[in-house]
Design a protein around this ligand. Structure first.
Ligand SMILES: [Zn+2]
Length: 412
């Protein structure tokens, strides 16, 4: 049985890798120097070529990183690396919580260090070349240290808690873990902006003036209680621009990147914001939260069925079953299910994006949204022509062309 599971894990790993390669290949068949017909006259040809160039460079880069991570995972499996690490941590402690903490700390640190040269190359060579990078080496190093500490404290805390629950409650494990993790994630979505974001960025309330007046006017027109509009210093790391919605109830806030404010007109920013308010008004946020709570319950339930099976740990070559080895094997065996769930999730997300666009066009201006989306696409060097199959399986947002087309069909 453990032998079969091992082969299944190898098969899944290989399938995932080849599937990713296939998506890259499909996208590359759409590369062209010709501006799509629908964008002629509204999209600068030079900027289009730059975005295409960026896409090609990133695809070639991800061929290397993808191959490296596939090979290192394959070697870990074939040479029994996970079992070896399991033996190693057992030499230091027999206590399940400490074993799990040590096991994942080593694994996490090793994979992060392995990926680091590539991430440095991506930021300081590729992003730099395309004029997107504003990260200084100092910011990069500080970010690394902070994210390691955060992973240690939060990730380590959650892991220790889950292993403890598992040891203490056995068959009730998944319900208690589910309840506590749901409570924790609700707490985090309320306080994320206050607790986590300030570690990495500065946020300040949007200054009084034309833009704030326009935003307030729009919010009150749609009956949206909006006290918190914040500006975040996204330009500290990149010139890419964005806006997002966070928190709920009285803690809800809209966050605009400073890069967005400097490049878009007032009406375009209000349109982007109207889109975000659209998500809220159409209850996408609340449904999204409910879905993720339900799916984490499902995962924990399946996990509770598998984790204690000696065959699961034995599949990775470990002689003794353990929580940490079980998690690794489980996450690989579960990945086809999570791929299917992900595809369904992307479909729902794209549908919600159209609905939020429609809301912005109805309550504000379709034209301003359209020109705002075009500017955002230029700023972010977004891929204008991914293959439809790639969009189907992995895009959370419709492409710029699809969104423009939908805005125009709605209007006529
Ligand atoms: Zn959206």
């Amino acid at each position: 049985m453990s032998h079969l599971l091992f082969i299944l894990i190898l098969g899944i790993l290989t399938f995932n890798y080849l599937f990713g390669l296939m998506l890259d290949y499909l996208d590359s068949t759409r590369w062209s120097n010709q501006l799509p017909q629908a964008l002629v006259g509204i999209y600068d040809i030079e900027k289009y070529r730059k975005a295409q160039d960026y896409e090609k460079t990133n695809t070639r880069f991800s061929l290397w990183t993808g191959a490296l991570s596939f090979l290192s995972m394959l070697l870990m499996l074939l040479l029994g690396g996970f079992a070896w690490l399991d033996e190693f941590v057992r030499g230091y402690s027999q206590q399940p919580i400490w074993m799990a903490l040590l096991f994942f700390a080593i694994l996490g640190l090793a994979s992060d260090l392995l990926a680091m040269p590539f991430s440095i190359y991506h930021t300081f060579v590729i992003e730099q070349k395309f004029g997107m990078n504003t990260t200084t080496p100092r910011t990069y190093i500080l970010d690394k240290i902070k994210s390691w500490l955060l992973a240690g404290v939060l990730g380590g805390g959650i892991l220790a808690f889950v292993v403890w629950i598992y040891g203490a409650t056995g068959s009730w494990f998944w319900i208690i873990a589910w309840g506590s993790l749901t409570g924790f994630s609700l707490f985090m979505s309320l306080f994320y902006s206050n607790l986590i974001v300030p570690l990495f960025n500065k946020q300040k309330p949007l200054e009084a003036g034309e833009l704030r007046d326009a935003i307030q006017a729009f919010a009150s027109l749609t009956g949206f209680k909006l006290k918190n509009v914040f500006v975040i210093d996204g330009s500290k790391r990149s010139l890419k621009a964005n806006a997002y919605f966070t928190g709920f109830g009285p803690k809800k806030r809209i966050v605009l990147y400073d890069t967005l404010i400097s490049k878009l007109s007032t009406q375009e920013i209000v349109a982007v914001l109207a889109h975000e308010i659209g998500h809220y008004k159409k209850k996408h946020i609340i449904y999204g939260m409910l879905t993720s709570i339900l799916s984490s319950g499902f995962i924990l339930y399946i996990l509770s069925l598998c984790i204690g099976m000696p065959d699961i740990s034995a599949a990775l070559g470990a002689t003794l079953p353990s929580f940490h080895i079980g998690i690794i094997a489980f996450s690989m065996l579960y990945s086809p299910i999570s791929m299917i769930v992900g595809i369904a999730g992307s479909y729902v997300s794209r549908r919600n994006e159209y609905a939020a666009d429609r809301f912005a066009a109805q309550h504000h201006q379709g034209e301003a949204l359209k020109s705002g989306l075009i500017k955002l696409s230029v700023l972010n060097l977004s891929n204008l022509q991914p293959h439809p199959f790639t969009v189907l399986v992995s895009y959370s947002h419709p492409t710029l062309l699809q969104r423009i087309e939908a805005l125009e069909t709605d209007r006529s």
